[in-house]
Design a protein around this ligand. Structure first.
Ligand code: NAD
Length: 462
C-alpha cells in the first residue's frame, strides 16, 4: 500500500529538517475515535473514585517516569517538530514540571461551605468525565501536558488528538503513562485528521469538554460544533502580539531580546512578538542592535550543538510564510539558512511596515517580524490593540509607572515588562479577544476541568 501523508489509512510523519519519513503510522478515523472515547468512558468511574492521595501518587510516578525519559522525548520532539534540541529539552522540562505541579492537584480540589438557613450548603468540584484535548504541532507534548495534567488531576479521563504532523511524543507519552501505572483507558491518543477525528470528538455525545489549542479559524468551528451538545470548551488560539519599545528603555536589552521573542521555534509560536513597535527617535539604533542579534542566530540541524533555529514544520507552512515576504518587501534584516533539503526560512525583519499591511495584521507563524514606528504612548497603545488577537506582549521602558499604565491598557492576557517571558507553569495563560477564552496553567487551571456542584444539607430539626 502506498504510504504517503495523504493516504487515507496510513500516515507518514516527516522530519522537517530532512524532509524524510521519520515514522509511518496507522491513521485513525471515526471508528478509532469512538473506540478511544469508549475506553475513556469505561475508565472514568475508577479514575474518578480513586482516593485523592492515590491519584496524586500515580501522577507523581508518571512525573518521575517522564523525567527518566526526558532526553528520549526531547530528541523525538526535536526531530519531529524540527526544533533545536536545547529548546525541546526546555519544553519537555516544562511538560514534566506541569505534571509535577498538578500531581498535587487531587488533594487541593477544594470546595466552599456556605451558611444558609436551616443547614449548610457546600460545594464540590466534580470532574466532567471524558475530556477531548485537541492540540497543534508547534509545541506538541508541552501544550498537551498543559491540558492533560490538570484534567487528569481533577479526575477526568482524556482523549488526546495531537496534530498529524507531530504525533510521536504523544504516542510515546501514552506508553509511558501505562508503564507508570496510570490505568488503561485513562489516557488515550488518537492520531488522525482534524476534520474527521477532531470533529468527531467535538460532536461525540460522551465527550463532556473540548480543550483546544490551535488556529482561531478552527477554534471558531469547534465552539460552534460544541454548542450542539452544550460541551464545555476552552480555546487557546492565534496571536499577533506587540513588543512595545519606548525610547527611554534599555534599548540594548530590548533589541537583543527582540529576535528570540519572535524567531524562537522559527516564529511558530502563538506568543511571538511579531509586531515590534519602536518609538521614533530610537528606531535606527534599535534596528542596528537587532541586526547584530539576528546575525547570531544559527539556523540548521535541530540536533546539532549550537543550532538556535530549526526549519518550519512543513512545505505548506513555508509557502504561507513566504507569501508575507513578496518581491519588493521592505526587508531590513535577513538571516542565513542552510542549503539542501529541509523546510528552511531565514529570520526576516521587515521595516518600515505600515500598521494596516497584511504582514502587520495577520498571524504569520514563521520567522518574520514587522517593525512599526510610533510617536507617543497613546499611539503605541492604539497600535498594539489594533488587532483581532490578544494573547501576549511586552513593554520596554525605564519608567515604571508608564510600564504598568501601558500594560493595563493593552488588551492581552499575558504581558511582560522589560522582558519577553510570559509563560509559566504556575501562572494563568490565555487570551483576550479572538485569541480564545479560558485559562490554562496556574493555580486555577483545574476549574476548567471540573463542574461546581452545590449540596444543601438540612441540619435543622423539624
Ligand atoms: P490548527 O487549528 O490547524 O489545528 C490544531 C488542531 O486542530 C490539530 O490537531 C488539527 O488536526 C485539529 N483540527 C483541525 N480542524 C479541525 C476541526 N474541524 N475539528 C476539530 N479539530 C480540528 O492549528 P495548527 O496549524 O496545528 O497550529 C497553529 C495555530 O495554533 C496558530 O494559529 C497558533 O497561534 C495556534 N496556537 C495557539 C496557542 C495558544 O496557546 N494560544 C499555542 C500554540 C498554537
Amino acid at each position: 500500500m502506498a504510504t504517503t501523508p495523504t493516504s487515507p489509512d496510513r500516515l507518514a510523519v516527516l522530519e522537517p529538517a530532512t524532509e524524510e519519513v521519520l515514522r509511518e503510522l496507522p491513521r485513525a478515523g471515526v471508528a478509532e475515535t469512538d473506540a478511544a472515547v469508549a475506553a475513556a468512558r469505561a475508565a472514568f468511574p475508577t479514575w474518578r473514585d480513586l482516593a485523592p492521595g492515590d491519584r496524586a501518587a500515580l501522577l507523581h510516578r508518571l512525573t518521575g517516569h517522564l523525567e527518566a525519559h526526558h532526553e528520549e522525548l526531547a530528541v523525538l520532539e526535536a526531530r519531529n517538530a524540527g526544533k533545536p534540541l536545547a529548546s525541546a529539552r526546555g519544553e519537555l522540562g516544562m511538560a514534566i514540571a506541569t505534571f509535577r505541579y498538578f500531581a498535587a492537584g487531587p488533594e487541593r480540589l477544594l470546595g466552599d461551605t456556605i451558611p444558609v438557613a436551616g443547614g449548610v450548603a457546600m460545594t464540590f468540584r466534580e470532574p466532567i468525565g471524558v475530556v477531548a484535548l485537541i492540540t497543534p504541532w508547534n509545541f506538541p507534548l508541552s501544550i498537551a501536558s498543559w491540558k492533560m495534567a490538570p484534567a487528569l488531576a481533577a479526575g477526568n479521563t482524556v482523549v488526546l488528538k495531537p496534530a498529524e504532523l507531530t504525533p510521536l511524543t504523544a504516542l510515546r507519552f501514552a506508553e509511558l503513562a501505562l508503564e507508570a501505572g496510570i490505568p488503561e483507558g485513562v489516557v488515550n491518543v488518537v492520531v488522525g485528521p482534524g476534520r474527521t477525528c477532531g470533529q468527531r470528538l467535538v460532536e461525540h455525545p460522551d465527550v463532556g469538554k473540548v480543550a483546544f489549542t490551535g488556529s482561531t479559524e478552527v477554534g471558531a468551528s469547534i465552539a460552534a460544533g460544541a454548542a450542539a451538545t452544550i460541551k464545555r470548551v476552552t480555546l487557546e488560539l492565534g496571536g499577533k502580539s506587540a513588543n512595545v519599545v519606548f525610547a527611554d528603555a534599555d534599548l540594548e536589552a530590548a533589541a537583543l531580546a527582540a529576535p528570540d521573542a519572535v524567531f524562537d521555534n522559527a516564529g511558530q509560536d502563538c506568543c511571538a512578538r511579531s509586531r515590534i513597535l519602536v518609538q521614533e527617535g530610537a528606531l535606527d539604533r534599535f534596528l542596528e542592535l537587532m541586526g547584530e542579534a539576528v546575525g547570531r542566530i544559527r539556523v540548521g540541524d535541530p540536533l546539532a550543538e549550537g543550532t538556535t533555529m530549526g526549519p518550519l514544520i512543513s512545505a505548506a507552512q513555508r509557502e504561507t510564510v513566504a507569501s508575507f515576504v513578496p518581491e519588493g518587501a521592505p526587508v531590513a534584516i535577513r538571516g542565513e539558512v542552510p542549503d539542501g533539503p529541509g523546510f528552511w526560512f531565514p529570520p526576516t525583519v521587515l521595516s518600515p511596515v505600515s500598521p494596516g499591511e497584511r504582514a502587520a495584521t495577520e498571524e504569520i507563524f514563521g520567522p518574520v517580524a514587522c517593525v512599526i514606528p510610533f510617536r507617543d504612548e497613546a499611539e503605541a497603545i492604539a497600535l498594539a490593540n489594533d488587532t483581532i488577537y490578544g494573547l501576549s506582549g511586552s513593554v520596554w521602558t525605564r519608567d515604571g509607572a508608564k510600564a504598568l499604565r501601558v500594560a493595563r491598557a493593552l488588551e492581552a492576557g499575558n504581558l511582560s515588562l522589560n522582558s519577553n517571558s510570559s509563560v509559566r507553569v504556575t501562572t494563568p495563560f490565555g487570551g483576550f479577544k479572538q485569541s480564545g477564552y479560558g485559562r490554562e496553567l496556574g493555580p486555577h487551571a483545574m476549574d476548567a476541568y471540573t463542574e461546581v456542584k452545590t449540596v444543601y444539607y438540612r441540619t435543622q430539626e423539624s
